[in-house]
Design a protein around this ligand. Structure first.
Ligand code: ADP
Ligand code: SF4
Length: 644
C-alpha cells in the first residue's frame, strides 16, 4: 500500500503510529510495532518498497501513555500523573516517576536507532492527537506534577525537548528528525490554543526538529468529516503562524485534495510541504496526476471517514472512493492499472449507483464495449440522492469522478430514463450482464430490534422511508417521528433536514446514542450535538411497537415500559430490501455472465457498493474456480519454511 503511494508520486511516505514499547500497546487497533529488533524485518519491507519507488520513508514513533490499554502486553499504563485511561475501561494509568522518564527516553532512543536500522529516512517525535505521552506532559489537565516535568510551560515541554534532543543525537546524522505537534486542542480557553501555549511551544523548540509537522487535535478535529467541515485546508488558520517562528520546513494537513488550495497554502507561506492521509488513501496517485496536469483524474476524498471506521474496529483499511485501498498486497490490485479484456467484447451494466458506475468504468478501462442503463433521469443512484442531504454534498464526488471518466470513453454508451426488464435485456443481445439495481428501504418497521415482534402499522400515521426524503418528498405538516434501527448516518441526517425545514422532530432509537455507528467515523458527538441544538426530541433505548391513530408507540429497550409519541408522520429507517427483480428474471436465460453487485447483492455502505462493482469488473473473464478459490492473500507462515 505504501509502495503504491510512493509510485503515485508522494515524496515521503510515513507509516502510522508505531509503538516503541509494550507499555504502549494500542491493541485492539492495528498499529505498527517497533518494540524490539525483531520488528525490524517487517518494517524493512515497507522502507525497501518505498525506496524502490523513489520516495523517502518516515516513521511516527509514539508512546501512547494513557491512550494505550496494553490489552495484549498487560503492562502497567503510564501517564504524567495518576489518571483514568483515555477509554472507558476499568484500569488507571500510574504517574511516571523520574526513573520511568529516564527509561522512556531510553526506549524512544533505542526505537529511533532501530528505525534507522530499518531504513527509515525520517524519524518522528510525536505530540499530536492527544494520544501520546509527549503531548500529555504538555497539557496542564493531564500533567499535575510538581517536579521539573510539571508546572511551568518550560517544565511541561521538558520531556518533548529531551526526546527531540535524544533522537537527534541517536540518528540525526543519518535521518531527519521530524516533530508532529498539535498546536491547538480546539477547545477554546479550555485547552491549549495556537495563539497562546501552542505558539509558545513552537517558539521554544523552533530550530530543534528538522521538520515541523503541525496540525490540530483531537483526531476528530484533525480528521473532521466533510459533513461537519466541508472546506479543505480547514487547519490553515491555526497552523499559519508556525512558519514565521521557525526557519525549518513546515508540513500541514487538512483534507487537501485541491491543487489550487495546495498552491495557495505554499504561496501564502503557510506550509512548505503538503501533507495528506485521507487524500492519499482516496488517490495514491494524486501527486503524479498534478505533476502530469491530469487534474480531472484526481479521485478526491469525500471526507466520509470510512477509512477511519475500519481502523476504529481493527479491520483492514478501505476507502469509499478507492476500492483498491488495502487490496494492493492481498489481491494485487493497482489503483491505476487493470488487466485488459479477454475474449468477450461487450458488457451491459444495469443501474448507475456507485456499484454500477464503478463496474462500468473498470470494464471500460479493460476495453469492453460497455452499455450502462439507468432507470432514473440522472446517474449516481443512492450517492447522488444522499449527497443532497445536509452536509453530504461532497459525496457527489463518488459519482462525479466516475461519470467524468465514463463520458470521455468512446467505448461507453450511457442511457438514462431506461428502466430495463428481463425481456428487454435479452433483446439487447449483450451476453454479459451486471445488475447493480440497488435496494430500497422497507416501510414496515422491521429491523434488528423488531425481528421477533414486528411493529403493528395501522392507520392514521403517514409512513415514509429514507427513499422518500432523499428523493425530495417531504412529510405532510405536523410532528414527525424518525425511527432509527440502522444506526449509520442516514436517520440522523434526515432528522437534521426535517428540523431545519421547521418540523417538530422526535428521534427514536433502540441504541443509547444517536447514529451510534458514526462514533467510528469520529462524528457521533457532533451528530448528537447538532440534533440537540436543532431542538430534536431524542429518545434513546426505545423500540418501535406500533404506528396508529396519530401516535408512535414505543417501549423501553430494557424494561419494556411503554410510551406514546404523538406524530402525523413517521420515517422508518430500519432495513433495506434488495432490488433483484431484473436479476431473478434473467436467471436461466442463457446469458454468458450474470452478476448481481452492490446493494442488490447485499445492502451496505457506499464503500461496499463501489468495492463490489470494482471486484466484479476485475473478476470478469477470470475462471470461475479461480475466483472462488482465490480469496485473498493472508499473512501466515508457510509450514516448515518460516516464510509467508
Ligand atoms: P448501489 O449502491 O448498489 O450502486 P443504488 O441504489 O445506488 O445501488 O443504485 C441502483 C440504481 O439502479 C438506481 O439508480 C436505480 O434507479 C437503478 N435501477 C434499478 N433497477 C433498474 C432497472 N431495472 N433498470 C435500470 N436501472 C435500474
Ligand atoms: Fe476519504 Fe472516505 Fe476514502 Fe477516507 S474512506 S480516504 S474519508 S473517501
Amino acid at each position: 500500500m505504501r509502495a503504491m503511494k510512493a509510485e503515485g508520486g508522494w515524496a515521503v511516505v510515513a507509516n502510522q503510529e508505531t509503538e516503541i514499547h509494550p507499555t504502549s500497546d494500542l491493541s485492539p487497533f492495528a498499529e505498527n510495532r517497533l518494540w524490539d529488533a525483531r520488528d525490524i524485518p517487517a518494517l524493512r519491507l515497507m522502507t525497501d518498497a518505498v525506496h524502490d519507488k523513489g520516495a523517502l520513508a518516515a516513521i511516527e514513533l509514539v508512546h501512547n501513555g494513557n491512550h494505550a490499554q496494553n490489552l495484549v502486553s498487560r503492562a502497567p499504563v503510564l501517564a504524567p500523573s495518576d489518571m483514568s485511561l483515555d477509554y472507558p475501561f476499568p484500569k488507571q494509568a500510574r504517574a511516571m516517576d523520574k526513573s520511568d522518564i529516564r527509561t522512556l527516553r531510553r526506549w524512544h532512543r533505542d526505537a529511533a536507532i532501530r528505525a534507522r536500522d530499518a531504513g527509515f529516512d525520517i524519524v518522528y517525535v510525536y505530540a499530536g492527537h492527544r494520544m501520546t505521552l509527549a503531548q500529555h506532559f504538555m497539557l496542564p489537565h493531564m500533567n499535575r506534577r510538581c517536579d521539573e516535568y510539571g508546572g511551568s510551560l518550560e517544565n511541561r515541554v521538558r520531556l518533548t525537548r529531551e526526546l527531540l534532543e535524544d533522537t537527534k543525537e541517536a540518528v540525526g546524522d543519518t535521518c531527519a528528525v521530524a516533530f508532529r505537534f498539535a498546536v491547538d486542542e480546539m477547545l477554546g480557553a479550555d485547552g491549549m490554543q495556537a495563539a497562546e501555549e501552542g505558539r509558545a511551544i513552537v517558539e521554544m523548540l523552533a530550530e530543534l526538529p528538522d521538520l515541523w509537522d503541525v496540525n490540530v487535535c483531537e483526531w476528530a478535529n484533525d480528521s473532521v468529516t466533510t459533513r461537519f467541515q466541508p472546506q479543505d485546508g480547514y487547519q490553515n488558520d491555526h497552523i499559519s503562524f508556525v512558519k514565521a517562528v521557525t526557519s525549518k520546513p513546515v508540513v500541514g494537513v487538512g483534507r487537501l485534495t485541491s491543487p489550487d488550495m495546495m498552491l495557495s497554502m505554499v504561496r501564502k507561506g503557510i506550509v512548505d510541504l503538503i501533507g495528506a492521509a485521507r487524500p492519499s488513501i482516496a488517490d495514491p496517485f494524486l501527486p503524479r496526476k498534478i505533476e502530469e496536469g491530469r487534474i480531472d483524474e484526481i479521485r478526491e476524498c469525500i471526507g466520509c471517514n470510512i477509512c477511519i471506521m475500519a481502523d476504529s474496529v481493527g479491520a483492514p483499511i478501505r476507502c469509499t472512493q478507492n476500492p483498491t485501498m488495502g487490496e494492493e498486497w492481498r489481491r494485487g490490485w493497482h489503483p491505476e492499472i487493470i488487466a485488459p479484456k479477454g475474449a468477450e467484447a461487450k458488457a451491459l451494466v444495469v443501474g448507475a449507483g456507485p456499484a454500477g458506475l464503478e463496474c462500468a468504468m473498470q470494464l471500460a478501462r479493460r476495453g469492453y464495449d460497455v452499455t450502462l442503463a439507468e432507470a432514473g433521469p440522472e446517474l449516481g443512484g443512492r450517492v447522488l440522492n444522499e449527497s443532497r442531504l445536509p452536509g453530504l454534498g461532497a459525496w457527489a464526488r463518488v459519482r462525479d469522478y466516475r461519470v467524468n471518466d465514463l463520458r470521455q470513453r468512446a467505448n461507453v454508451n450511457i442511457y438514462t430514463n431506461s428502466r430495463l426488464d428481463a425481456a428487454q435485456v435479452v433483446e439487447l443481445g449483450i451476453p454479459n450482464v451486471f445488475t447493480a439495481t440497488g435496494a430500497r428501504w422497507r416501510a414496515d418497521g422491521v429491523g434488528r430490534s423488531t425481528l421477533r415482534k414486528p411493529p403493528v402499522i395501522g392507520a392514521g400515521v403517514h409512513v415514509m422511508t429514507p427513499d422518500d426524503i432523499v428523493g425530495g418528498v417531504m412529510p405532510p405538516e405536523g410532528p414527525v417521528a424518525v425511527y432509527d434501527d440502522d444506526h449509520a448516518y442516514i436517520a440522523g441526517v434526515i432528522a437534521e433536514k426535517l428540523a431545519l425545514a421547521g418540523y417538530a422532530v422526535v428521534f427514536v432509537t433502540p441504541e443509547s446514542l444517536v447514529s451510534s455507528f458514526t462514533a467510528l467515523t469520529l462524528e457521533q458527538h457532533r451528530v448528537q450535538t447538532r440534533l440537540i441544538e436543532l431542538g430534536v426530541d431524542i429518545r434513546c433505548n426505545r423500540i418501535l411497537k406500533s404506528l396508529d391513530q396519530g401516535a408512535m408507540q414505543i417501549a423501553c429497550a430494557f424494561s419494556g415500559k411503554p410510551q406514546a409519541i404523538a406524530c402525523n408522520s413517521a420515517i422508518l429507517v430500519t432495513e433495506r430490501i434488495r432490488e433483484t427483480t431484473l436479476y431473478d428474471g434473467l436467471r436461466g436465460k442463457g446469458l454468458t455472465t450474470l452478476e448481481l453487485i452492490g446493494d442488490a447483492a447485499g445492502p451496505a455502505l457506499i464503500a461496499d457498493a463501489v468495492y463490489s462493482g470494482h471486484k466484479a469488473a476485475r473478476d470478469f473473464e477470470r475462471p470461475k474456480e479461480a475466483v472462488e478459490q482465490d480469496w485473498f492473500r493472508r499473512e501466515r507462515v508457510e509450514p516448515g519454511t518460516g516464510v509467508q
